[in-house]
Design a protein around this ligand. Structure first.
Ligand SMILES: *Cc1c(COP(=O)(O)O)cnc(C)c1O
Length: 418
């Protein structure tokens, strides 16, 4: 119906503007999908309302239960990671929390790698504990330590490859095998790999989802990082390949009232087509800068899993670099600055960088730097880490040459060789 018919339809304009008869023609196609915003979703009849099902994505019932925009993003993320089902949550940390709340109950224990993303440890200590769910930390570089710590009460094992900040790459397939053998659920924080460096549901590379292929049960991903790519969205996903496990997570998600905003989903949908290109660019820049650091006497240890000598390098090679020289790594590495430099000097070095900004997170266009206090983060100082002050660098999309010049000037000024 065209515009002139409006006046005839309703006595009052307010009603006419709300119940407007015009519908645009179908058949619109463009590179980006439409953005559907809703709390309320209409049903044509009460009977239709009663019979619609949201759990299997066959229809729409309420904004919180999914819109075309969120369904689309979920399906594309499943393709990225090789999963079958996905739920979206408001942050990466919410993804970790949702997994814990969905699968753990009073009396259960969760095992967490000692180098895990810090807030996951804080979640266990600050929240799960109050529900009578205990946690212990295992040595991510020693699968036998994980094997020893699994008990009858262990319900969930968290995996992270590599560990946040100190970047050790674990023997992921071996740890998943251990969990399988003991019948314990394993969930991977897949933010670093992002579905690109390795396939979490096909760890041996023998066919995604094939019977017998080695797979984590759950992949949690901070979409805030590479899928967003802009440093401007917070979102997370929980991906599975098991309908019953997914339903458990989805029901918990619904009961907790978790959802994501349509505009945020749109932003991630807009960035997703370039994720492969961006990931490779961040990777190349990180390796150029890491190589530069290796030749600097101020660097006591380079922590980048694709570099010879870095903790867990052989495990990165086995999982990510099956055809040698083709493996991918995220654009993120840490440097242990030699112990002869004080914390104040290292802080001044970070402050003295001009292109690198000081800030958390990664995966956006701007390079970031953060010094970390490893002693405060770990149970004990890990034997495979040199003593010193750890600084983590995350690559933006600036030129590697310009970033190296920036590092050079800040090192010269603040970390003198005397
Ligand atoms: C950033 C990050 C998270 C949390 O993501 P947010 O969206 O910031 O909550 C979880 N795990 C890892 C490894 C991360 O880097």
């Amino acid at each position: 119906m065209q515009a002139e018919s409006l006046n005839a339809s309703f006595a009052h304009m307010a009603t006419g503007l709300i119940h407007h008869p015009y519908t645009p023609p179908a058949g619109f196609e463009a590179p980006q999908p439409g953005v559907f915003k809703a709390s309320t979703v209409y049903f044509p009849t009460v009977a239709d309302m009663r019979q619609r099902e949201w759990k299997d994505k066959s229809a729409y019932t309420y904004g919180l239960h999914g819109t075309p925009t969120t369904y689309l993003l979920e399906e594309r993320l499943c393709s990225l990671e090789g999963g079958l089902q996905c739920v979206l949550v408001p942050s990466g940390l919410a993804a970790l929390a949702l997994v814990a709340l969905a699968v753990l109950k009073t009396g259960d224990e969760v095992l967490i790698p000692d180098n895990a993303y810090g807030p996951n440890k804080a979640l266990a200590d600050g929240e799960l504990r109050h529900f009578g769910i205990t946690h212990r930390f295992y040595d991510p570089m020693d699968p036998q330590d994980l094997a020893r710590q699994i008990t009858d009460r262990t319900r969930l094992v968290w995996l992270e490859a590599p560990g946040s900040v100190s970047m050790e790459f674990p023997d992921l397939p071996e740890m998943v095998r251990l969990c399988r053998a003991r019948g314990v659920l394993c969930a991977l924080d897949n933010t670093w790999g992002a579905g690109l460096a390795f396939k979490p549901f096909d760890l041996l590379g023998d066919g995604a989802g094939a019977q017998g292929s080695l797979s984590v049960d759950i992949s949690a991903h901070a979409l805030t990082k590479y899928p967003s790519g802009g440093g401007d969205v917070l979102m997370g996903s929980v991906i599975t390949r098991d309908a019953a496990l997914h339903l458990k997570i989805k029901l918990c998600h619904m009961r907790l009232g978790l959802g994501v905003a349509a505009n945020d989903a749109e932003t991630v949908l807009r960035s997703l087509p370039s994720i492969d290109l961006r990931y490779r660019a961040h990777d190349q820049t990180a390796r150029a800068l890491a190589a530069w650091w290796q030749s600097q006497p101020q660097c006591a240890q380079l922590l980048h899993p694709a570099f010879e000598g870095a903790p867990g390098h052989v495990h990165w090679q086995a999982l990510c670099d099956r055809v040698p020289g083709t493996g991918l790594a995220a654009g993120l590495f840490s440097v242990m600055i030699d112990a002869r430099y004080s914390q104040a000097q290292v802080d001044a070095f970070c402050d003295g960088l001009k292109l690198f900004r000081i800030g958390y997170s990664w995966g956006g266009p701007v390079s970031l730097v953060v010094p970390y206090d490893i002693a405060a983060m770990r149970q004990a100082w890990p034997a495979h880490l040199q003593r010193g002050t750890l600084v983590r660098f995350s690559m933006g999309l600036e030129s590697a040459q310009d970033l190296i010049l920036d590092l050079h000037q800040a090192v010269q000024t603040h970390l003198p060789m005397t």
